[in-house]
Design a protein around this ligand. Sequence first.
Ligand code: NAP
Length: 322
Amino acid sequence: MKAMVQRRYGEPEVLELREIDRPSIRDDQVLVRVRAASINPGDWATLRGEPFVARLASGLLAPRNPVGGMDLAGTVEAVGKNVTRLRPGDEVFGQGNGTFAEYAPALEKNLVHKPAGVTFEQAAAVPVAGMTALQAIRDVGAVKAGQQVLITGAGGGIGTFAVQIAKALGAQVTGVCSTAKVELVRSLGADRVIDYTREDFTRGGLRYDVILDNAGKRTLAEARRALAARGTLIPNNGQFEHRWLASLPTVLWASLLSLVVTQRLRPLLSLPDTARLLALKDLLESGKVRPVVGKTYPLSDAGRAFAEFGQGHALGKLVLTV
Ligand SMILES: NC(=O)c1ccc[n+]([C@@H]2O[C@H](COP(=O)([O-])OP(=O)(O)OC[C@H]3O[C@@H](n4cnc5c(N)ncnc54)[C@H](OP(=O)(O)O)[C@@H]3O)[C@@H](O)[C@H]2O)c1
């Protein structure tokens, strides 16, 4: 099968399209014929081997798994003997291993059926970004109807889902993004859009009940200025520019500070979760959430897609078609 292979850490140039063996599957796994796979900040970290702390999981000197990618949408090719819910031919989306390839293994519990009206490209945009947004807005932020919610990075992967989920929960949503994304964020249902090149949300005077900070360009102290006395701040940026520990110091500081102030500071770790994936499937089917696919690239152009992603200003999700 064709796969985008990475033998060492580095810039997007280290990615090479190669012919390799199809992966085998365990009894609890499904082999998916990948039709589309999207790029997440975690894939960028794996490509570069930074933050270095992440190499404890991905391989110290070179990536242990030469094929990257987590998000996928495709067709079930084969199932392990303990798989009960899925069958060959089913159209699915979710998370697998090494999805920048024609075939990828995935645990059955990390896949759900793809709604018929959603394309493979759209479905592949959902898993990591959609689940993180849902966890942040619905579960950690516990957003309620009528609350004031502010989302930074509103035109990016997580932000585009978070705006729509917060609106679906009945919140008054303010999105923060660059000039080029203002119209998109408005079209996703944001009640107010702040162009960060012109206005500083931390100095606007408004106090929000929940702030989801995907962009991470402001310190905790600055973001807290815009947070209600009993509001919740979710610092969610990976801060990969800090090459050793990334956002770990911020996460620890936020958790400590939260013990002594009335505001809740709640970093989160997003992990695959069947219930959240099913909830997203419902949101897609009801039309309350539509994935924003900013651009698609063929798998063979993954290097160009990663180069664009690495600039940090992609519109919605970048998707590879396989
Ligand atoms: N907690 C977890 O488990 C978890 C899971 C996944 C991802 N993450 C983290 O979540 C963050 C966002 O991920 P993503 O997939 O949404 O990334 P993304 O698609 O790259 O989106 C980031 C967005 O931020 C915008 N941005 C940049 N500077 C900004 C600023 N000053 N103010 C407002 N927006 C700004 C960018 O576009 P514009 O500048 O054009 O507006 C871009 O749309 C990443 O740092 C990632 O590491 C955390």
